[in-house]
Ligand binder design. Structure first.
Ligand code: NAD
Length: 499
């Protein structure tokens, strides 16, 4: 992993199950040190599985180096987990008396300035905060599974929480790539679970009444409105359904249906043993051939692919990821901010090979190597001082020549990194040698070599770069002059001599 941590802060994670594990992974991968307390003897093993998933998914969403991963510890007591933590996240089972006990323990032992978030899906902050004596610092921070990929976190402070604490909480959550949505008035189940509950109730009725199976209901969602919701939500989707006449027209058209018996929302089917078994059997028939871990991996890959697509369009959750990239990149100023790889060159980019990058040979396809080196060059130029403002001022580097050598094969999900060695830097030219290696064992998979020319974009003519860029590039080239020159630098595409 590369780069300095965003912060050396510590997070205490209390309850390391599905959700606590996801929180731990998100904090760790953003450079926080994390201490987990969970009495379950299997917690370390479970958390390792979550972390394995997260290491493949979260860095694959970033187009800038993630902070160096923090350290993970397991505490023997609650006090040890929360000691020195600036954020404590409670994720114990949804049982009010248990939450009270655990939150009281956290509140009495956590640092005075620490913020305490509860992952509760349904309890209001008012139901949790009264157990504390001092100033209130417990709030609801309700995430979504998998916490290390999905950005949404519903933040509910309630009347007793100071605005300043709420704002501080949102700043922390934003810094770890989340989208805090502050719920104005506390209600049971916040916003998202209230909406989900209504869909869940209808789905239970549909199965109970033999209208649909679990698979048919999932099909209706994933082939249809689920895709629309993922990128536009409910209201923008219906705005479009109203056509040019807009939202009011949509409501006029479908408003009468609200009076028809389309929905059974206020009724709940009795969860009889027969209904539970029916749902479980249908679910087994639908997906029982896959283990939970396999399904999680499929879910994560799909989410990463969808999010990357939204990222390309700078829309919704994708726009948030682009904003997060900019925040992560802002901490990398000047050449010293990045780590050296095993060759002493600059480690610029950590990536994970995505499923869509694989060709018919089962390996990373050719043009993705060029893309990775190109992304690495963007990172390098940005680091040298070529930011958006600089480009807007009419100056930029253009690529004059590129040569890629393929030396090994990259497989799906493999973690790789790209590094650069500056071979020459003068006022107008930058000659860079790249290496693409496996993160696990530093195996060299490809090299890239490019010559960049600094250009006045209006005239299209080569011109001198700014003093700052020339100085930064010169300093890097001078440092890299001590490294052995790569044996294949300057190599042309050649034919091996045959007898
Ligand atoms: P889980 O059962 O997977 O994990 C709970 C963990 O808490 C277990 O590992 C358990 O050993 C541990 N635990 C129990 N008592 C403890 C104690 N006294 N101290 C420390 N750890 C203790 O449950 P989960 O799904 O992770 O849910 C945790 C919380 O997150 C709940 O409040 C739930 O409503 C909320 N939540 C769940 C989801 C979801 O999709 N699962 C989504 C958002 C929020």
């Amino acid at each position: 992993m590369t780069g300095g941590a965003v912060t050396a802060a510590k997070a205490g994670v209390v309850g390391g199950g599905v959700i606590g594990g996801g929180w731990a992974a998100r904090f760790l991968l953003h450079g926080w040190n994390v201490t987990v307390f969970d009495p379950d003897p299997d917690v370390q093993q479970q958390l390792q599985a979550v972390l394995d998933h997260a290491r493949l998914a979260l860095p694959a969403l970033a187009d800038t180096p993630m902070p160096a991963e923090g350290t993970l510890r397991f505490a023997k007591s609650l006090g040890e987990a929360v000691d020195g933590a600036s954020w404590v996240q409670e994720s114990v089972p949804e049982d009010l008396s248990l939450k009270h006990r655990v939150l009281a323990g956290i509140d009495s032992q956590a640092t005075a300035s620490a913020i305490i978030g509860s992952s509760t899906s349904g309890f209001r902050p008012g139901e949790l905060q009264h157990i504390t004596e001092g100033p209130v610092r417990i709030l609801v921070a309700h995430p979504f599974n998998p916490v290390y990929i999905l950005p949404l976190v519903e933040v509910v402070g309630g009347d007793a929480l100071y605005r300043e604490t709420l704002e501080r909480a949102c700043t922390v959550l934003t810094s770890i790539g989340m989208k805090p949505v502050v719920v104005r008035n506390e209600i049971d189940a916040h916003i998202a679970d209230r909406l989900l509950e209504s869909v869940w109730r209808e789905a239970l009725w549909l199965i109970n009444d033999d209208i649909a199976t679990t698979e048919e209901i999932d099909d209706v969602i994933r082939y249809g409105f689920g895709l629309r919701w993922a990128q536009m939500g409910l209201f923008d989707t219906y705005r479009l359904a109203g056509g040019e006449a807009g939202m009011a027209h949509f409501i006029q058209q479908f408003g009468p249906a609200l009076q028809w018996p389309w929905s059974k929302l206020t009724d709940v089917p009795a969860l009889t043993e027969a209904l539970v078994q029916k749902i479980a059997a249908q679910s087994d028939a639908q997906s029982g051939h896959l283990s939970v871990r396999e399904l999680e991996r499929i879910r994560d890959r799909n989410l990463v692919g969808m999010l990357r697509s939204l990222k390309e369009r700078n829309w919704g959750a994708g726009a948030l990821l682009n904003e997060h990239d900019r925040r992560l990149a802002a901490r990398l100023t000047g050449p010293a901010a990045l780590d050296a790889d095993s060759n002493g060159a600059l480690r610029l980019l950590d990536i994970c090979v995505l499923p869509g990058w694989i060709d018919y040979n089962g390996h990373m396809t050719e043009y993705r190597y060029t893309q990775v080196f190109s992304d690495a060059s963007d990172r390098l130029l940005q680091m040298l001082g070529m930011d958006a403002e600089y480009v807007a001022s009419g100056r930029s580097y253009y690529t004059a020549e590129t040569h890629v050598m393929h030396l090994g094969e990259a497989a799906v999900d493999q973690a790789l990194y790209a590094s650069s060695q500056v071979l020459l830097a003068d006022t107008k030219r930058l000659h860079v040698f790249y290496r693409l290696c496996t993160a696990e064992d530093d195996r060299l998979l490809a090299t890239g070599e490019s010559m960049y020319l600094h250009v006045d974009r209006a005239s299209g003519r080569v011109c001198a770069a700014s003093d700052k860029i020339v100085a930064n590039a010169g300093a890097l080239a001078a440092a890299h002059a001590n490294l052995p020159r790569p044996a294949t630098a300057g190599r042309r595409v050649g034919e091996r001599k045959t007898e």
